[in-house]
Design a protein around this ligand. Structure first.
Ligand code: ADP
Ligand code: MG
Ligand code: MG
Length: 913
């Protein structure tokens, strides 16, 4: 049996059966456009008769070195016959000719693929026949000239310019502004001239045989799959090269046959705001391409309601039906021929983050989808957009209509950014830092040498590269909006300018890039910070809360951060870093005094002076977090971090000594000598404290063991604050976290003295506070011995930043500024392990720790407080490991709530399957 290469739109059941039923496979087989045209036929929506040549046929054609697979052309002819029967017209028949369009359409829509050719089947004879039938010579020649131009440019690769020159000349000769004012005679002359251009450029006559037109067009679609732009796009977007494209042959519907004809595009809901009403544009008396091409000013779809009420009414109903059927917002194309409505395309509509959230929520309320589906449909990135600046929908709309859309590329790092163009990293940095300019750095691609410019820039734009290019990786890592792989962008670095077609942008000109959509505009667009209090988002997140098992806590050092965290839905503080409080202006001298002195009395004085500050910090946190747990980590960094930098001290001393040499009077000498003395003793202490590898040195629990007075002071501050706030009627739940344990004895020793102090405070205050003592797990040895540790820890919290450093044996700062990017470019590491938890290594250690810890204490509270706690893929891992909660930056709390729900729903789905 020969393979079936061609499926009529009414043969969807057969196609579906062939691929095994799955709709995704149908889309792969017939292409998105073809599958949906057939699906519309199946649910009785008016679609012009037609057929699809499959992606398999395309692959067979390309594999066969450019010859049609056996039986394909015959099947096309057969399918064409069916179309003739359905329409009562005949292809190539001068009396009643059938015209068709030839449309490409793979599984994913893809720029760089062959465009559509309309009006196939026209030649001098059929044109005459059409004129006799329609009594409209103008219409027929308008259609004919379009065929010659589209066929020429699309199938034969003739450039557009000569055709456009003819059109411009025709308008000028006729003394009119718009194509719609040209007469039948004008179009006839234009058609003839187009034929000449075709002959001149291709050295062939324009094919007058309709079947030859059809064959060449079909083959051109196939070939365009391997066109350079299509291949580049697939490489960049990570689309497989073996998918192939389908070809759709569709009976022509004429929107340009008079004033009871129209053509347009619409979305079933507003793609910017998500509002539930039809949105679209149309043109009366025009053909499909005209609406998108922007050569005529389009009308708002609402006007169609008055212009053609019956067709509009039917259109509205079809849109509702489509939404119900696909359970998704649709983006449709339609054409009305002599009052009769036809649908030409439908697909899931693109939307902004706000629209995605609102549509998902309203579809639940309309009973179209379930709450689970709504929660699964919105991506964590979309929730993230509610927290970052974006271009306002009005700004992008007016930029587009003003013709300021420059180009589109890959949306590799979200967010909106505006700035003046700088074509190299040094200039970007100089402009940003010295002249306080907002800069967008534009390069063909970026290299490690460019990183300083990228950091200084507001955003990054490159003409080459894909989703894993250096530019994309660095941009994501540093949260800079970026658009890469903008192939149309012609960079002329020597001229310090870039261009897309005739639009030229010079260095120093403003541009705006949207890393969320991948669109680049000229000029400076308005940005808005969307509102986290969006009612639809709040509702969606509240549903997410019902599905998730993981708790979501936040890392917050100050009451104001804790306040925000609570507003965003945090259920506790997973990490309060106490050392941040030590750096504040009033306190740092006290901290330094404590470090500098060798006298116990002086040390005690310094610590007692610090105590009230710390107590107030903690009291503030406890008040905000009324009723919720607050984990406070005792001092973690090495002490030298609180002293001036060693090199700075040396410089300062040299400077003081020179000034001393030039001092004019005794008083000045005395003052300078005093300063020299102070700085020399700071330097001595700094030299004593200096470590070869501070990251692995005297820090964390080691510091608490070394200077117990310090951590005892902190614990006293915590419990005095807890008692104070508790007396105000607030419910307080402090959890004291000891950092960097590697051996259980470290924890045992520290806990003993610290808990004793805690009890002492509670005794003094005659209050019982609900508290816990626990430790961070950030060293592999701790993870491997968590069963021992759990004897002394009521909770553990993974510090995955340090745990990643100690597991890999690399320092984050050195790696990220250096070899890590190279590792990712060479795919030695799949992702940055400081961004996404390394599941095989670090994840395995976490698994061991949780399992061992819970084998001793089944209720052991296990959390994560590294930055990973706000990253969706890592959250999914934490869910699977059975952690109690993830703790992340307040700004990522909403994202974590959604990601935790999605992890739970995915697990449920997998267990049901
Ligand atoms: P694209 O994927 O670029 O939108 P399409 O294949 O959808 O390409 O077609 C381009 C334009 O031509 C659209 O406006 C479409 O509605 C119109 N069109 C395509 N086929 C027909 C047809 N058979 N009759 C009328 N208009 C058509
Ligand atoms: Mg289309
Ligand atoms: Mg740490």
């Amino acid at each position: 049996m020969t393979t079936k290469w061609v499926y009529s739109f009414d043969e969807l059941d057969e196609a579906q059966e062939y691929v095994g039923g799955d709709w995704e496979k149908v889309r792969g087989f017939l292409g998105g456009k073809g599958a949906n045209l057939a699906e519309m036929v199946r649910i009785d929506i008016p679609v012009p008769p037609g057929f699809t040549v499959t992606t398999e046929a395309c692959n067979a054609y390309l594999d066969g070195g450019g010859s049609m697979p056996e039986g394909m052309w015959e099947q096309e002819l057969e399918a064409l016959k069916k179309v003739e029967d359905a329409t009562g017209k005949k292809f190539g028949d001068p009396k009643n000719p059938l015209l068709v369009s030839c449309r490409s359409g793979g599984k994913f829509s893809m720029p760089g693929m062959m465009d559509t050719v309309l009006n196939i089947g026209l030649n001098d004879e059929t044109a005459k026949g059409m004129i006799a039938l329609t009594d409209d010579e103008r219409f027929v020649y308008d259609a004919y000239r379009r065929l010659v131009a589209m066929f020429g440019s699309v199938v034969m690769g003739v450039p557009d310019e000569p055709f456009e020159e003819v059109l411009t000349a025709a308008r000028k000769n006729a003394g009119v502004e718009s194509d719609s004012d040209l007469t039948a005679e004008d179009w006839k002359a234009v058609t003839r001239k187009f034929m000449e251009i075709y002959r001149h450029q291709t050295h062939h006559e324009f094919p007058t045989d309709p079947l030859e037109q059809l064959k060449l067009a079909t083959e051109a679609v196939f070939k365009s799959w391997n066109g350079k732009r299509a291949v580049d796009y697939r490489n960049a977007a990570g689309i497989a090269h073996d998918l192939g494209t389908a070809v759709n042959i569709v009976t022509m519907i004429f929107g340009n046959m008079g004033n009871d004809c129209a053509t347009g595009v619409a979305m079933t809901r507003n793609g910017s705001t998500g509002e539930n009403h039809l949105e679209g544009d149309y043109l009366t008396n025009a053909q499909g391409e005209d609406v998108v091409a922007g050569i005529r000013l389009t009308n708002n779809l609402q006007e169609l309601q008055t212009e053609m009420p019956a067709a509009y009414g039917e259109f509205e109903q079809i849109c509702q039906k489509l939404e119900k059927h696909y359970r998704e917002m649709q983006d449709v194309e339609f054409t009305i021929e002599n009052k009769k409505l036809w649908m030409l395309q439908t697909r899931d509509g693109k939307r902004t983050a706000q629209a995605a959230v609102r549509i998902a929520v309203e579809m639940v309320e309309d009973g179209l989808i379930s709450r689970e589906e709504a929660v699964m449909r919105v991506t964590p990135e979309q929730v993230d957009f509610f927290l970052h600046p974006q271009f306002s929908p009005e700004a992008t709309k007016s930029a587009k209509s003003a013709g300021n859309l420059l180009a589109e590329g890959l949306n590799v790092s979200p967010g909106a950014a505006c700035g003046v163009v700088a074509f190299d990293a040094d200039l970007a940095e100089a402009w940003a830092q010295k002249e306080n300019k907002q800069v967008i750095m534009v390069r063909p691609e970026t290299k490690p040498d460019d990183v300083h410019g990228m950091l200084a820039a507001e955003g990054i734009l490159t003409s080459r590269g894909g989703r894993t290019s250096h530019a994309a990786l660095v941009a994501r890592q540093f949260g800079k909006p970026a658009v890469v792989g903008v192939a149309e962008l012609n960079l002329e670095l020597a001229k310090r300018q870039m261009s897309v077609n005739d639009k030229v942008v010079h260095e120093g000109d403003w541009i705006s890039i949207d890393g969320t959509s991948g669109v680049v505009y000229t000029g400076q667009l308005d940005t808005i910070v969307p509102d986290i209090k969006d009612p639809y988002l709040l509702k969606l997140l509240s549903w997410a809360d019902d599905f998730r098992r993981l708790g979501v806590w936040a890392n917050a050092d100050y009451p104001r951060d804790a306040q925000r965290a609570r507003e965003y839905g945090a259920e506790g503080i997973g990490l309060c870093r106490t050392e941040h409080m030590f750096f504040e202006a009033e306190r740092l001298p006290l901290v330094q005094k404590m470090i500098m002195t060798d006298l116990p009395v002086e040390q005690k004085e310094a610590l007692s002076a610090l105590l009230p500050f710390q107590r107030e910090d903690f009291a503030g946190l406890f008040r905000v977090m009324d009723g919720l747990p607050v984990i406070i980590r005792l001092i973690d960094p090495p002490l030298h971090e609180f002293l001036p930098n060693h090199i700075d001290l040396l410089r300062k001393l040299a400077d003081l000594k020179i000034r001393l040499q030039q001092a004019g009077n005794l008083q000045e000498i005395d003052e300078l000598l005093q300063q020299v003395k102070e700085n020399e003793s700071l330097l001595r202490r700094a030299e004593i404290l200096r470590e070869e590898n501070p990251m692995l040195g005297l820090r964390g629990v080691r510091l608490g063991i070394h200077i117990p007075e310090l951590t005892i002071m902190q614990v006293r501050a915590i419990f005095e604050a807890a008692c104070e706030v508790s007396k105000e009627g607030i419910s307080v739940h402090p959890e004291v976290m000891i950092p960097l344990t590697s051996h259980v004895n470290e924890l045992r020793v520290q806990r003993e003295i610290l808990e004793a102090e805690a009890k002492k405070v509670m005794h003094e205050q005659a209050l019982d506070i609900d508290y816990k003592f626990g430790t961070m797990i950030e060293i592999p040895r701790a993870a491997l011995t968590t069963d021992q540790i759990a004897e002394y820890a009521q909770f553990i919290s993974f510090g995955t930043n340090d745990l990643t450093q100690t597991t890999f044996g690399i320092s984050r700062d050195d790696a990220e500024a250096g070899f890590l990017i190279e590792y990712m470019e060479k795919e030695i590491l799949p992702t940055n392990p400081f961004a996404v938890i390394d599941e095989d290594g670090v994840g395995e250690l976490m698994d061991i720790a949780v399992t061992k810890g819970r084998s001793v204490n089944a209720d052991l509270e296990c959390g994560i407080c590294g930055e990973h706690g706000g990253e969706p893929q890592s959250i999914n891992l934490c869910h699977r490991l059975g952690l109690t909660y993830v703790s992340c930056s307040p700004f990522r709390v909403p994202i974590a709530r959604l990601a935790a729900a999605q992890a739970a729903l995915n697990e449920k789905k997998a267990s049901e399957a």
